[in-house]
Design a protein around this ligand. Sequence first.
Ligand code: BGC
Length: 729
Amino acid sequence: MIFLCCLLYANLVVAQNIKSTVSEKEHFVSGLMKRMTLEEKVGQLWQVAGGFATGPDGSNLGSLKVIAEGRIGSVLNVSGVKNIRKYQEAAMQSRLKIPLIFGMDVIHGFRTGFPIPLGEAASFDLALIQKGARWTGTAAAAAGLNWTFAPMVDIGWDARWGRVLEGAGEDPFYGSQVAVARVKGLQGDNLSNTNTIMACVKHFAGYGAPIAGKDYNSVDMSMGHFANFYMPPYKAAAEAGAATFMSAFNDFNNIPSTANPFLLRKLLKEKWNFKGFVVSDWGSVGELINHRVAADKKEAAIKAISAGLDMEMVSNCYFENLVDLVKEKKVSIKVVDDAVRRILNKKFELGLFEDPFRYCDENREKETVESASSREIARSISERSIVLLKKSDNILPFRKDLNSIALIGPLAKSKKDMCGAWSTANVNNVITLYEAMKNRGVEVNYAEGYDLGNNKIVNYDSTLSAVEKSDVVVVAIGERASESGEMRSKTDISIAAQQQELVSRLIKTGKPVVVLLMCGRPVIFNEVRDKAPNILLTWWLGSEAGPAICNVLWGDYIPSGKLPMTFPRNMGQVPINYQYKSTGRPYPGDWAAKYIDSPVEPAYPFGYGQSYTSFKYSNLKLISDNLGKGVHAKISVDVTNIGQYDGEEVVQLYIRDEAASVTRPVKELKGFKKIKLKKGMTQTVVFDIRDDQLGFYDNNINFVVEKGDFTIMVGGDSENLNKTLFSLK
Ligand code: BGC
């Protein structure tokens, strides 16, 4: 009883505190806004670039003079306490001393580079992903930043689009959970803590589906398609409390996202009750002119601000026109005030009005950035991001007493390429595979094998002599970091022919061969896929790439990653994903949705990844009694580790709606659990079945759950599944 009273009292105090902070914030911001001139208000809506450009028109860097006039609200692309202090000091010279917020694309680690986000998503380990983001946020905040343009939550089915690298892959259910983990990790519990930063959910909306995989291209999709496949991660991230959103470059239903009232006002701000602010993408308000929906900057400003776009990044349509537009009554002051208030609220929540320099502590920066613990986290995420695609001999994991290795391929020695796109990593501190192998004390006979610049086999004689001297061959093939990312769309995602030919030649020598695939997106590599006995997908893993790969090669960590995107077998299959719809003429069959010159099946399905050990699934059961509230059934399955090593498995649950009022996918991931199993052991894994796994969005974006039959599937990837039936009555 006493305990209960204490608890109630404590809750009351917390509730009062929250209330008082809310009213304190409202009170403060309203008071401030009363003192602001229209020019100062418009100033809050402009973000300029500081140190460097991440888009066209890079000469338009922000000036300290304009900041000191109170005409700029935020600066992007500066970091480091010393630099940031300089800009903040300029803001403190302005009449009302409104602090700036500092944003940057910190998307996979800060200075200590983490795996590219797509690679990290292969870990299927949400706690780890959140921990990684927590560390990224802590380090970025220590370097003076209070805002990152992450996470990118765009769903991608098209590996031609180079930005699939920045997301969590193709699946809306998994993508939503990763989005939440990343938002929570970056923002922590309280934005006012000096080790947290604001997340920015991007790119709203549908940016991951550009026609023909061409970055910045138009997007065209039905509302039902958007609601079920692309929208869920944005919604989940908004519900998780993301502080900001970024509008996408693309158009959506014929209206550029940056000026799209349906997306920004109706869906995000009204339906989802989003209280943060929306920033444009780099220059995208100005680009409304290129989209040909605005004749000039003035019209662009009217369209964007009316649609609900609060802050303009880099282009200066608001800066040049909004004051006049309000005076001419073409834009209501209410609309401007709403945008200003949203931005000032966040500055308040960050604690910047209390102390504009609270993120500027040089000691904290020194202690935090590139700390030893950041490298440990980087290594552990990297190990868990690696996917074992093939293992058909007994060479992996390496014996501890292995003497010599022929290490082939320049990617094994490249620090820069391990960092991937949008990297803030300190390149000099990347440990390459070559260095890590040497550190293990094994004899490393390195040969370049092929030239990374033009992908030609070079100095084959020295490659052969390295092979002859060695017990095993490890060959690193793949893409350079500059080949995936923004502006890096490709019409052919194949691994260069000569890299593949080199692997074939190495296999012919008769030595055991392990292929490492280093890349930023799904790639096609059929020659290697057919012939190589062992293939590990290592993406671009960042600062600890070398040690992490070695730990997996030597079995200090048994690989457990699973593919977050389908790997196609040829270009004609792209875009490809596992949750396509049946169609009226489903495959297999003659008059079926298929190709006459290629199998329909991908090279590797979504969710796929092997281990050095193996797992058996049995005893799939539906339990329909003694269920908790809101639970329609439970699914239970026994998973047994039948191999030679302790290992981890991602147990995956897929559901198919057998008959619905609209067309539904052949299967959808609706649950997963990553379990650790000692060899010989069995674990029973149980999933609850609830409304949110059975329902879908109708064409008006209402979530509906329909009664009827569902096929429930459980297994270790999206193709090898045990099945049972469930009826929702
Ligand atoms: C990208 C954004 C990024 C912004 C700022 C743009 O080119 O599309 O994702 O956050 O630049 O660097």
